[in-house]
Design a protein around this ligand. Structure first.
Ligand code: DC
Length: 228
């Protein structure tokens, strides 16, 4: 007998800094779902590559790294914790350097295959809001609801800069915006599971919308799919 799903699988894809994690977390809270941040998993592998001195473009070395890297995801209320081989890295992976490293290792077939299994396992029973670059296209092509969340590169750079500043990091807005553009290019031009909008994804441009407006718009799309 099939196990009854706990709720919908909601996929949110989009470029860096579009507000995916903020929106996905709020949406999950409103629906009583679990928020799953897949970017954090790529950051965790990037973190370990740095830790172990592995070159992100060396595929055989990355393959070996994957076989000795255990990425564990724990969910506390409102917080996804990430552990690499038992060590918590939740805070350490949230730097611009780790974002760039995550983008570099995410080109690797070995890394993607490894994380795909983890992501599918976490979402299998439903009741999840999962964000990333390839959730609606590769991880859950049959997701119940798909969103592609976008915003202009300038606005995304401004938001990311603000967020890092609030965390006490000394960063330059122009540098952050440039990094965002580089990551956009890297993430959308790679051969495997590139960032792209699924044909059946609902496109949301958040450039001129407040967080609450975006969440409200998404909730109404979800309610049409699951009128419980
Ligand atoms: O969402 P983020 O900024 O934490 O993601 C970091 C990098 O990880 C991103 O630049 C590309 C990669 N990534 C990916 O390739 N596929 C995903 N589903 C999520 C992230």
């Amino acid at each position: 007998m099939h196990k009854r799903k706990k709720g919908l699988v909601i996929a949110i894809d989009g470029p860096s800094g579009a507000g995916k994690s903020t929106i996905a977390r709020l949406l999950a809270r409103r629906l009583g779902y679990t928020y799953i941040d897949t970017g954090a998993m790529y950051r965790a592998i990037g973190w370990n590559a740095k830790q172990e001195g592995v070159d992100p473009s060396d595929e055989p070395a990355l393959q070996r790294l994957c076989s000795r890297t255990d990425v564990t995801i724990r969910h506390d209320p409102g917080l996804q914790r990430v552990l690499v081989n038992g060590r918590e890295v939740t805070g350490e992976i949230r730097t611009p350097e780790m974002g760039m490293l995550a983008s570099a290792v995410s080109r690797s077939p070995a890394v993607r295959a490894r994380l795909l299994t983890l992501q599918r396992g976490l979402g299998a029973s439903g009741g999840v809001v999962m964000d990333g670059r390839d959730i609606g296209t590769v991880v859950f092509p049959g997701a119940d609801v798909k969103f592609y969340l976008d915003a202009s590169a300038e606005e995304r750079g401004r938001r990311r800069w603000q967020e890092l500043k609030e965390k006490g990091m000394d960063v330059d807005q122009a540098v952050i915006t440039e990094e965002i553009r580089t990551r956009d290019l890297q993430d959308s031009s790679r051969a495997l599971a590139p960032l792209k909008r699924a044909p059946d994804a609902c496109y949301v441009d958040s450039s001129a919308m407040t967080i609450e407006e975006v969440v409200a718009a998404m909730l109404s799309v979800c309610a049409e799919k699951d009128p419980r």
